[in-house]
Design a protein around this ligand. Sequence first.
Ligand code: SF4
Length: 84
Amino acid sequence: MSKVENILDGWKNYLVPMQRAKLNEAKRRAKICSECPDAKHGSHAAVLPDYSVKEIQGHYCGVCKCPLSTAVRSKNYECPKKKW
Ligand code: SF4
């Protein structure tokens, strides 16, 4: 998958309810991000409500700049620091 496809996959999974297994993986990733010093709170990410993965709501990755609500939901996206 290309970088653009990974981004689109994350947005699709953000907008459409995910299967339980995929949501559990997104939550596992979100827990790691929520404890990462590179997770930043930002106004552009803050407009994205996240009712199922609340720990990273309103945050983006300070390394890749992606909103975490979409990054953790992208199947093939990889953390730029290899934490997940
Ligand atoms: S994607 Fe990786 S580097 Fe970015 S906030 Fe999450 S754990 Fe940290």
